[in-house]
Design a protein around this ligand. Structure first.
Ligand code: ZN
Length: 166
């Protein structure tokens, strides 16, 4: 099959170049340094607003996409902020406002990222919101390639790169 004719659809593996710019003009992230991003379409690997915009595109096509928080990283939740006493934090940790630390959420059994919002007298204020919560995101995307996913990729729910060993 001619890969040029494939369109981005569920169970295709898509390679994109992208630049993510925030409302204030700051370039937050870009594939320019890391190389194209490869993902399995239709398996919630991207935020919903970006994934929906890519559906139906072909290799070589570009698009400007504006993603609002409801289809991005969610609204900012002012309740998702916690004061953590110093004795609950490993002493070897060098804390700095703005840094991201990994926490283990025992209730949901998953790793979450928290941002150090404040270093106070009684402890550290951690912001558990995603760093991009509440942000309207502007993506400049270009589809580099589209191919059918393998049965294994579909079963795993992610794309396998060239040097993937499983
Ligand atoms: Zn896998």
């Amino acid at each position: 099959m001619n890969r040029q004719q494939l369109v981005v659809a569920d169970d295709t593996v898509v390679q994109i170049d992208y630049t993510l710019t925030l409302v204030d003009g700051e370039v937050y992230d870009s594939s320019a340094e890391s190389g194209p991003l490869e993902y399995l379409h239709g398996h919630e690997q991207l935020i919903p607003g970006l994934e929906a915009a890519l559906a139906g595109m072909r290799a070589g096509e570009s698009k400007e996409v504006v993603v609002t928080p409801d289809v991005g990283y969610g609204e900012y939740d002012p309740e998702a902020v916690e004061l953590v006493p110093y004795d609950a934090i490993p002493s070897e940790m060098d804390l700095e406002v703005g840094m991201t630390i990994d926490l283990y959420d025992e209730e949901n059994e998953q790793e979450i990222e928290a941002q150090v919002a404040e270093i106070g007298d009684d402890g550290v204020v951690l912001d558990l919101n995603h760093p991009l919560a509440g942000e309207t995101l502007h993506f400049s995307v270009k589809v580099i390639g589209v191919r059918d996913a393998t049965a294994e990729e579909i079963a795993h729910g992610h794309a396998h790169g060239e040097d993937d060993d499983h």
